[in-house]
Design a protein around this ligand. Sequence first.
Ligand SMILES: C[S@@+](CC[C@H](N)C(=O)[O-])C[C@H]1O[C@@H](n2cnc3c(N)ncnc32)[C@H](O)[C@@H]1O
Length: 258
Amino acid sequence: VTSDLAVAYSRSAAAWADGPGRVYDALAEALVARSPVALTGRRVADVGSGRGAASRALRQVGAEPIAVDVAEGMLAADGGGIAADALALPFRDRALGGIVGAFSYNHLVDPVRGLAEARRVVAPGGAVLVSAYAADDDHPAKAAVDGAAIAAGWAPPGWIERLRRDAAPHLATVDRAAGVARRAGLPDAEVAHVEVAFPEATVEDLLAWRLGMAPLVPFLARLDAAAHAALVDDARARLGEHPPPLVRRMVVVAAAVA
Ligand SMILES: C[S@@+](CC[C@H](N)C(=O)[O-])C[C@H]1O[C@@H](n2cnc3c(N)ncnc32)[C@H](O)[C@@H]1O
């Protein structure tokens, strides 16, 4: 699963900047803002950094981010970082002032192991901050783009189906995420359902957001220009001219390490 996923994320690096990137930057800022300790001046690993949304948010609060991702193409697109797995972080015990995982620990089939590994590398007084898609995170743009893609011959790749089934549910509700944090040795974690609204997002922004997602990008790259345009037109028609405003819903685990 991890290598299929890494290839898909690596290939999606360019499309990410135009579409999902803007949404994920705002979500990462909301995650970092929930840190129970000040991160200024601390070395903080951005685990599953992708295009660096959380690293940018960390720099804004004066922290020193270290990007870590299994998808080397993501790191290359952003000017460097460490290629490593969240389950085996290349840091000594208590080496860091914090770990931020923005929508990455929800890729783990065993997030307890992932959070325990995060806790291992963070010094007492540091923070572990993790966000995951909430179970009620939905918007009609998802069904519109997925529907148009399926009509054009796309099938969701196996790795995303496995993630949705075996990984994402563990952190998708406050109760389940609190249980994961507890079992990982973070009993005092604050776990919250957080909403971030994007009232200014246009229909084109909504389409770009979904069209830039990793499961779809390799398929779209194989279409010729006419087929690509037809797919986008179909998605636009499915979405309609007046979709509801985008509100992303996430579960945030914010723990101070004792
Ligand atoms: C949805 S993207 C989020 C990227 C970025 N943190 C953001 O918020 O925009 C998930 C990222 O997690 C990475 N990832 C998935 N599983 C991972 C693992 N086991 N270890 C490290 N990174 C992982 C993927 O390669 C991808 O870049």
